[in-house]
Unconditional design. Structure first.
Length: 257
């Protein structure tokens, strides 16, 4: 969960992430009864149904049964709405409660929960390049960093491990969320035939490529995550860290999508 993409220097008012950097609007006696929580709830529903490209302040106001002017009491721009909606769905990512299963199991549960949220809200993965400063995102980022630190990952390796895990779940979630849902047997068969016809040019893909066999997103995700954790474990061992206890593969929880 990369929270470092906050630009320094002057930022234009209403830019992505700006909603987290200014004090909340004060409610006067004449402020409309609509709440920010209600706006965010309806925005998430609209995003789930139609995607980020279809979200406009006017359409959101119509769904709320109010006017755009009322909406602007609570949010200034579409970027505000996207930032708030993105942080809201991160509340669905469970934070492991310290069951004593070890750092690998805790990180696996966190990453698995994050993946499940990305798949429940397919619009979200493409927005994760925004500044991520909401309380729900920061709480889960804090858990990730704290767990890695406790395991013995420090210095540049801490950043590399956190970025590697975050980028992996974002990339895999984005790929699965945007994969055509109607890719059927005929398309897979055509792909296999194309690779077979060009096996001299693409011998590895023809024999082992992902288009040759039926895709199993859950199994592939779990296996690659295990390899990432193996690499982090090896770095801890090399540095003489304390990550040896409770270091089972921790693959439980990654197929909850």
């Amino acid at each position: 969960m990369d929270t470092s993409k906050v630009e320094t220097g002057k930022r234009r008012p209403g830019a992505a992430g700006e909603v987290w950097l200014r004090p909340p609007a004060r409610r006067g006696r004449d402020a409309p009864p609509l709440s920010r929580e209600r706006i965010v709830e309806e925005a998430v529903a609209l995003l789930d149904a139609e995607g980020a490209d279809r979200l406009t302040m006017r359409r959101l106001a119509e769904r709320l049964g109010t006017g755009s002017t009322t909406l602007y009491w609570h949010v200034r721009t579409k970027d505000d709405v996207l930032d708030l909606a993105l942080d809201a769905i991160f509340a669905e990512v469970g934070i492991p409660s310290g069951s004593g299963r070890g750092w690998r199991a805790d990180i696996t549960a966190l990453i698995g929960g994050w993946r499940a949220v990305l798949l429940r809200h397919p619009w979200s993965a493409a927005l994760l390049s925004r500044p991520m400063l909401g309380p729900n995102v920061l709480a889960r980022s804090e858990f990730l960093y704290a767990t890695l630190l406790e395991a013995g990952v420090t210095g540049p390796r801490l950043t590399a491990a956190a970025y590697g895990l975050s980028n992996y779940v974002i990339g895999s979630g984005l790929m699965q969320a945007t994969w055509p849902a109607d890719t059927g047997q005929d398309v897979r068969g055509a792909a296999r035939e194309h690779l077979r016809d060009n096996r001299k040019r693409y011998p590895a893909l023809a024999a082992h490529g992902p288009l040759v066999v039926e895709g199993d997103w859950d199994t592939g995700f779990a296996l690659a995550l295990t390899w990432l954790l193996d690499g982090i474990q090896a770095g801890i061992t090399e540095a003489g860290g304390a990550g040896g206890s409770g270091s089972g593969d921790g693959t439980e929880g990654v197929t909850r999508a």
